[in-house]
Design a binder for this molecule. Sequence first.
Ligand code: NAP
Length: 494
Amino acid sequence: MAASGGSAEARAAAQAATEAVPEYGFFIGGRWEAAAETMPVKHKYTGETLARVGVASREDVRRAVDAAERAFREQRPSPRERAAWLLRTAELIEAHREELGRLIAREAGKPLKEALTEAGRAVNTFTVAAEEAKRIAGELVPIEADPGSEGRFAFAMRVPIGVVAAISPFNFPLNLVAHKVAPALAAGDTVVLKPASATPLTAIRLVELLSEAGVPAGRINLVTGPGSPVGDYLVADPRPALVTFTGSAAVGEQIKARSGLKRVTLELGNNSPNIVHGDADLDLAADRLARQAFLSAGQKCISVQRIYVQRPVLEPFLERLERVTSQLVVGDPEDPATDVGPMISEREAERVEGWIREAVEAGARVLAGGRRRGALLEPTILLDVTPEMKVVCMEAFAPIVTVTPYDTLDEALRYANDTPYGLQAGIFTSSLEVAMRAARELEFGGVIVNDSSAYRADLMPYGGVKGSGIGREGPRYALQEMTELRTVVFNLAK
Ligand code: NAP
């Protein structure tokens, strides 16, 4: 906080503390620029200030878009060159995996084990994007089939869309940035990136590595600062052809409303249901569901939040779920043994604590957890919940899970679909028929059989229906969003 009104000593101490941490500005047109105003980035477990990053002005954002637009107009890198930078970036991420993992652990509070996994996934995302850069094609159009088009020849080719405005969330500070930047660069687009204010340091490091990998000046630009107004400036600028956003539904809706004729891809929230049918492997289900409800402190868009269990297996399932949960180590994200670290802020943990309290007052029972210490919320299992409780009907984004029994599959599918969201759902069953019914009837972008809703491979199409968004990520699919089809018609019968 600014030391206005405090003593000179206090101001000096604050100043000294400020100078002790690294300070980052913006990356525009291939150069780092100092920022006139900065804001702190905190360690999410210790609270220490890790660094200060710039707060971009409207003018800074305008210059970043200028640089991206100029690079798009002036450079025409070949697919081979684009693939080479992306592959080199993957190698650099691999070489700096420990460093990136620790940075994620510190600024996001994500346990080191998972942070290292995230860094490994980013290596893969860049590698897959590099491969896809070489496969961008188009198709022949059988135009002569149209009356009056005899003697013509046509094809539709994929061309880069232009400047991409990429706005990313806090929960995967590396890999969700990779899912925007890597396919955009593969497509031949240029990028202005605005990472989450809670976790900009990993994105800043990634931009340094992209530059080191040979990405030419202006193709990747970075501005930081609060979503409102910095993200707003970016969305309001008429020049980006695409806004690719991952974050909350509320912000996603605002972006869509403000982005005019730009293409928009929105990867939003979820409230993931998971069904444990009576014929499921209960050990597998309990292990996968407990871990994927609580790892990353439940702050994954596809975290397990609602579990529906067929009544005859409810008790044995709960016994297993509770056992796996009790084995999870909660605490310091930098400790290699930790499974569940802090939430992104104490305020967020207090919010969910309030939801738990409200549910309990309305009759819910806490089977495990429920207590909070600062930003650390214990992995919490809630029983006897009802559909209108916030812990059931809203996205918790926290280490909590609700368990509800059901009798018939029809009932389970109805419960699962009873949400405005539609990102991913999971079902555990040994019946092909049950699995296929779930695949057909669950209204989600992804249905995972015999693993939790939180399963994701970086190359698969990934995205939601209903309130979970528009468009798909996964490099091959993101490339469809990040390119345009240009139709070329030759008149051969002149
Ligand atoms: P958020 O608050 O919506 O923020 C996401 C990004 O948008 C941040 O960079 C934020 O900047 C920026 N932003 C905020 N207000 C803006 C505005 N008015 N205009 C433009 N940009 C703005 O989300 P979060 O808390 O970081 O992430 C959690 C949410 O993301 C959850 O709902 C989760 O489900 C969702 N998520 C979805 C996916 C998916 O693939 N579907 C993946 C991960 C997370 P500041 O940080 O400066 O506010």
